[in-house]
Design a protein around this ligand. Structure first.
Ligand code: ZN
Length: 481
């Protein structure tokens, strides 16, 4: 008698042979896949029949910041700098452990409901040292697999504006290193959670702390995951400061390699793409957030052609979604359109980025990312019996180009049925939504005048809405002076 049997579905395994099994059955026991084939007859304590459905490995969101889940829609249509300084920091600099935990529950709910089973959250919002613990516990309770990236920021934006009242996430390097070590000891390889270290970016961390972070990661044998060359300004900073482009600099100080995970990777020279390939470094592509903030489009098809493992991430509020199906579709469209080449990337490559390659990026591919006997049972079931997914043809392009989060009906993580028939089993959905709304209102109540101005801004007659507020405030300041 085994724990769980899912039968009568098409299984897209993503195994090395990329087998697709029609009318397949998958057997799960003790959290692992014990058998996978057509026409298996086994006795199980629980069975799910899924005719007309497809079973896939659970999706992997390889980069996000869930604290931003609470505040989407306040500051919008902004460039990266005002997005941070006029929208993001004035609100989240007041974040408490309570807000942090609810942000994770809200994001977990959205992720599970759209088929994400593994999340890598880059948490640097240490306004309170307990925040990251609440977030990790929330993912754990939700039943998700998580790689928590412990953020380390001892300066921000090239050390500018450090005296700002909003810089409550900046701490001294001794504190950050000690806290990161303690967090790794508490959570690394605990149940479904692993830990990595995450400098904000070359701009957000002093040279000395960057070197010490790399040293600590080597000692703990964990990933170093950081934003690289996302926005064009950062190359200007690193060229001025170190005489090297951003990724070149991270390579010089030893951060490239199989334990190096780089988010965005937009503004790379050909030499830097070569460095990624030669060193076995990993990349997380966040196309929606990159496009939305006007960063640009990462040269992903080039990276894939060179064998660089690339996973997909939503990033934070700039994606406006945790639905990785939207990210998958954007990946395809942006590569094809920007390269003027309909063959620039394929549906099969994108499905691999969502699953097995995402697992490779996080160093979890021996455990998850494909459906194979012996691996942990992280899988999702999508219902194809819907107008937008019919009539069937080849499964993979239909999924990559047509599927949406709500098509996912069951989610299993580590053998546990976390969602059944779209009902999340591990979180009380209406309670999370209610508490998220209260937490958002509370954060806004504690934020300053600028946030209230953003919320009260009228429908713009032309241009981005937030500029009118800035002009108005500047005018008032001049008049008062
Ligand atoms: Zn990010």
């Amino acid at each position: 008698m085994i724990d769980l049997l899912i039968r009568d579905a098409t299984i897209i395994t993503m195994d090395p042979d990329r087998r697709i099994i029609e009318n397949g059955t998958i057997a799960i026991d003790g959290g692992r896949i014990t058998a996978i084939d057509a026409g298996l007859s086994l006795k199980a304590s629980r069975e799910l029949s899924a005719p007309g459905c497809v079973i896939l490995p659970g999706l992997i969101n390889a980069h996000t910041h869930v604290y931003q889940a609470l505040i989407e829609g306040i500051g919008y249509d902004m460039h990266f700098d005002p997005w941070n300084w006029r929208f993001l920091f004035p609100i989240v600099s007041k974040m408490s452990p309570h807000h942090a935990e609810i942000s994770a529950e809200l994001a977990a709910l959205e992720m599970i409901k759209s088929g994400t089973t593994t999340v890598s959250d880059h948490w640097y919002m240490h306004t309170d040292t307990r925040n990251i613990y609440g977030v990790t516990e929330a993912f754990d309770r939700a039943g998700m697999r998580a790689q928590m990236v412990y953020g380390l920021l001892d300066q921000t934006f090239a050390g500018e504006r450090i005296e700002s009242e909003y810089m409550t996430m900046i701490h001294r390097q001794e504190t950050l290193l000690a806290e990161a070590r303690q967090f790794a000891h508490a959570w690394h390889r605990t149940r479904r959670t692993t830990v990595a270290l995450g400098p904000g970016s070359t701009e957000d961390i002093s040279h000395e702390l960057m070197l010490k972070t790399a040293e600590l990661a080597r000692e703990l044998n964990i990933n170093v995951s950081t934003h690289v060359a996302g926005w064009i300004e950062i190359n200007a900073y690193t060229l001025r400061r170190f005489g090297e482009r951003d990724l070149e600099h991270l390579h010089s100080i030893g951060l490239t390699g199989p334990r190096g995970v780089f988010f965005h990777a937009v503004w790379l020279s050909d030499r830097e793409i070569n460095l990624l390939a030669e060193t076995g470094s990993k990349v997380v592509h966040c196309p929606v957030a990159n496009a939305y903030l006007g960063y640009g489009i990462a040269p992903v098809s080039k990276m894939l052609a060179m064998g660089i493992p690339v996973g997909l991430g939503t990033d934070g509020a700039a994606s406006y979604t945790y639905d990785l199906w939207q990210v998958a579709r954007a990946t395809a469209m942006l590569q094809k359109a920007s390269r003027l080449d309909g063959e620039a990337i394929t549906a099969e490559e994108i499905l691999a980025m969502l699953t097995i390659n995402g697992a490779k990026v996080l160093g979890l591919d021996s455990e998850v990312g494909s459906l194979e006997v012996g691996k942990r049972a992280d899988l999702i079931v999508l219902d194809l019996n819907q107008p937008h997914l019919l009539p069937g043809g080849r499964y993979v392009p239909k999924l990559v180009y047509s599927a949406q989060g709500p098509d996912v009906i069951h989610v299993v993580i580590d053998g546990q049925v976390v969602m059944e028939n779209r009902r999340v089993q591990t979180l009380d959905e209406s309670d999370v939504i209610k508490r998220a709304q209260e937490a958002r209102a509370d954060l806004i109540a504690h934020a300053g005048q600028e946030t209230r101005d953003l919320l009260a801004a009228p429908w713009p007659s032309r241009g981005p809405y937030w500029r009118a507020i800035v002009h108005e405030n500047e005018k008032r300041r001049r008049e008062e002076a």
